[in-house]
Each structure stands twice: as C-alpha cells, then as structure tokens.
Ligand binder design. Structure first.
Ligand SMILES: Nc1ncnc2c1ncn2[C@@H]1O[C@H](COP(=O)(O)OP(=O)(O)OP(=O)(O)O)[C@@H](O)[C@H]1O
Length: 248
C-alpha cells in the first residue's frame, strides 16, 4: 500500500490560475523521490498540499489510506508528527534569537510530545553529524551547512516517516551540498523522502525515483536512472539538455 497517495489533485490559488492539474502520485514507504521542474511548475505548492497546509480544489491526498482532511483533527495531529519539511534557506529558516535546543525542540513542543526534549534533541543532532554540546549556541555561530544540519535535526527530531525537502541544498556551496546530500541519503534509509529540486544532478545522486512536473502537470515519472538515460517527454529532454554536466 502507498504511504502517501495523491489522487488526481488540482489546485489554484485565489488568483484563479491553475497551478496543479490532475496530479497523481503513489509514494511507497522508503521511497526516495525527486520532484523536478522549472521555476513556477508547482513543486512547492505540491509540498504545501502534502503537508496538509492547503487543500486541493479537487482530488484527494491520503496517508496510509486515510484522506488528509482538516475536519479529522485527530488524524491531522497524528499526520503532522509523521511529516516534516526542510526548506532551502538555512539562514532565514532558523530563528536567530533561539538557541539550538529551542529551535530543534520546536516540533516536540508544537506536537506536545511529553518526553525528554533535551535528550531527543541531542540524539537528533548526533544523527545529523553535529555535536550534542551545541545546545546552548545560536544560529549565527554556525556555517550554512551546519545550519542546514540544524534544520534537518529539527525536521527529524519527532521521528517522522516522511521527510519533505524543498530545494534543501540549493543555497549551499558545492562541497557543502555534496555533504548534505550524503546526509539526506543516509537518513532516507530509515524514512521516505520527497526531494524537490530544479537540479537534476542532485536528484540523480539522491533519488531512486523521479517525477517531472511541467506547469502543474506530471509529464514523466519512474526510475531515475531509466528516465535520465532515455527521457521520453520533450520537456524532460529540454531540462536535461539545460544541465551543464551530469554526474557519473
Ligand atoms: N501564495 C501564492 N499565491 C498566488 N500564487 C502563488 C502563490 N504561491 C505560488 N504561486 C504561483 O503558483 C505557481 C507555482 O509556484 P510554486 O512556488 O509552487 O512553483 P515552484 O515549482 O516551487 O517554483 P520555484 O522553483 O521557483 O520555487 C507560480 O505561478 C506561482 O506564481
């Protein structure tokens, strides 16, 4: 059974323009999926829908067979614990006035998880390759890569089964990007990952499956290696042609 099933979803903001049209996706437990498309193709909007922050205009999204529905408050509370997101910018996504402990513990507070937050935060920091002794320090004391590790620690601290990453490595320099991709790869062994990127090279390195989105429609999806080796849709061919060089 799918972990997350997106069934014929359409969505438009109040401006009326259609942003997602007939999007269907089956995300299985343990999948690592790269969602690729040009700017404005609707990737971040789809993530908002997957988070349950916005509802589709039509179609449905279900998690373990139950539809995301704000009227089902108990289920949505449980869902919020299962899904977390990492954003692009490690500078703006961390509150400069809060300590690392307070930042990483935020999901534990908002989800009202009554366990030892300090211990859970220390464990999350270790899993992302940071020293647990940094609890009392502030974001400005860290590099961009370290900040993104703190953001990832915050995303995994409550033990989600699904991690969404929205251009999570795009703001990092190349060597840091490679290290954070390695970290995400390692984490993806124990959770499902939906990784949004306009960078096909990074997706090729990280994701077993790929979904290509063009103007709110999925034009091609499947095994990453197969699709990148032999793209069928002209849009995918154009995207690939615009990549300066592909990784081995
Ligand atoms: N809050 C909003 N209100 C109205 N329109 C929006 C809003 N957010 C996004 N859009 C529009 O929806 C479309 C899809 O945007 P979205 O951010 O989902 O694309 P994207 O593929 O993530 O792009 P990028 O890679 O640039 O982040 C765009 O036309 C955008 O202008």
């Amino acid at each position: 059974m799918s972990l997350l099933k997106v069934d014929n979803v359409t969505f438009g903001y109040s401006s009326g323009k259609s942003v997602l049209a007939g999007v269907s996706l089956d995300i299985g437990p343990g999948d690592t999926i790269g969602l690729v498309g040009e700017s404005g193709s609707g990737k971040s909007t789809l993530l908002r829908l997957l988070l349950g922050l916005t509802r589709p205009n039509s179609g449905s999204i279900s998690f373990n067979g139950t539809a995301l529905d704000p009227r089902n408050a108990q289920f949505m509370r449980a869902y919020r614990r299962q899904v977390q997101i990492v954003f692009q910018d490690p500078y703006s996504s961390l509150d400069p006035r809060q300590t690392v402990l307070s930042i990483v513990a935020e999901p534990l507070r908002s989800l009202k998880i009554a366990r030892d937050h300090r211990q859970m935060v220390m464990e999350a920091l270790v899993s992302v390759g940071l020293e647990p002794t940094i609890l009392g320090r502030y974001p400005h004391e860290f590099s961009g890569g370290q900040r993104q590790r703190i953001a990832i620690a915050r995303a995994i601290v409550a033990g989600p089964s699904l991690l969404l990453a929205d251009e999570a490595v795009s703001a990092l320099d190349l060597s840091t990007r490679i290290r954070i991709v390695e970290l995400l790869k390692q984490l993806s062994a124990s959770m499902t990952l939906v990784f949004v990127s306009h960078d096909i090279g990074v997706v090729a390195a990280l994701c077993e499956k790929i979904v290509i989105l063009e103007q709110g429609r999925i034009v091609e999806s499947g095994d990453t290696k197969t699709i990148l080796a032999n793209p069928q849709h002209p849009y995918t061919q154009r995207l690939l042609a615009s990549v300066p060089r592909m990784p081995a």
